[in-house]
Design a protein around this ligand. Structure first.
Ligand code: PMP
Length: 293
């Protein structure tokens, strides 16, 4: 178990590199109370960030949606990341940029709030340290982009994910599948979902799910491997008939699911194993964007 307030090294905090233990915000911080910060999660392999350009693009877009100001460009972002990776000796790990509001309001009115940027790096393995995980089905729906800014990677969109994860762990599962308000398959608490049926790949549209960068990479890899990719609206009985189910995410990479509510899946599928092998090769080449695969 890591206490993240105790990780060693430096953090980029309001324009300066300071000791991690000193990177503190006040308890009357606006984003803590009103859940409107945006963040990213970028993997580091062999001292280099993977898909850094795509993550930066999504970070800017999330900031725009939440009306936060990100006043650095891609070049500066990349320079800060490289400095932190070197200084913190993060060989394989994670970069967490977060953009949040200052302490100049205690209501949803943000007129006088400033946007503050912090960036941290730390050494990390994969999210689930298991070959295959179990999934519950959450009673909490993922909201649609028409009624919630789902495409922003924002703290607010993790509220239901946090409760859903607590409940699924209590029910004896590692994580859970979340459906949308129409009962269509969306994603899990922090990953996109895919399944293989009769040698074809299936994944939901991103109307009620984050358009994960690992998701985009897996779609590209599958097409390169000649696997037909189907992106659509799917109901629970579609996934329950799957041969193999897996999740994708920056920290989870490609993560097998061995059962969904006790319905078991094949975890030795050669199609999956081939895709995983391809991804594992790509990740150490650290292309700056999915286009570079
Ligand atoms: N959905 C959610 C809700 C997530 O938190 C994540 C992790 N960022 C993903 C999907 C996967 O996104 P990515 O592949 O960009 O990490």
């Amino acid at each position: 178990m890591i206490d993240f307030s105790k990780i060693k090294g430096k953090i980029y905090f309001d324009g300066k590199f300071i000791d991690t233990k000193k990177a503190k915000i006040h308890v009357l911080n606006h984003s803590l109370h009103f859940a409107a910060s945006v963040f990213e999660g970028i993997a580091i392999y062999n001292n280099k960030p993977l898909f850094e350009k795509d993550h930066f693009k999504r970070f800017i877009n999330s900031a725009k949606i939440l009306r936060l100001n990100l006043n650095i460009g891609n070049k500066k972002f990349s320079e800060i990341n490289r400095y932190l990776i070197k200084k913190n000796k993060t060989i394989n790990g994670y970069i967490r940029p977060i953009l949040y509001r200052s302490t100049h309001s205690m209501s949803p009115d943000t007129t006088h709030c400033k946007s503050c940027l912090a960036i941290a790096t730390w050494s990390w393995g994969t999210l689930f340290s298991k070959k295959a995980i179990s999934l519950d089905i959450s009673r909490w729906p993922k909201l649609n982009k028409k009624i919630f800014p789902i495409q922003a990677k924002s703290s607010g969109s993790y509220q239901s994910s946090v409760i859903a994860r607590i409940e699924s762990k209590k029910n004896g599962y590692d994580d859970c599948l979340m459906l949308d308000t129409n009962g269509l398959i969306s994603e899990t608490t922090a990953c996109n979902i895919f399944w293989i049926k009769n040698n074809q790949l299936y994944t939901p549209k991103t109307d009620s799910a984050l358009n994960g960068i690992t998701r985009q990479a897996v779609i590209k890899i599958s097409r390169k491997l000649g696997i037909k990719v189907n992106v659509g609206n799917y109901k629970l009985n579609n996934i329950l008939k799957a041969d193999t189910v897996f999740l994708t995410g920056t920290a989870a990479e490609l993560q097998l699911v061995n059962n969904l509510k006790r319905k078991r899946f094949n975890i030795e599928n050669p199609i999956y194993l081939n895709m995983k092998k391809y991804y594992d090769k790509i990740k150490f080449k650290t292309p700056q964007s999915v286009d570079g695969i």
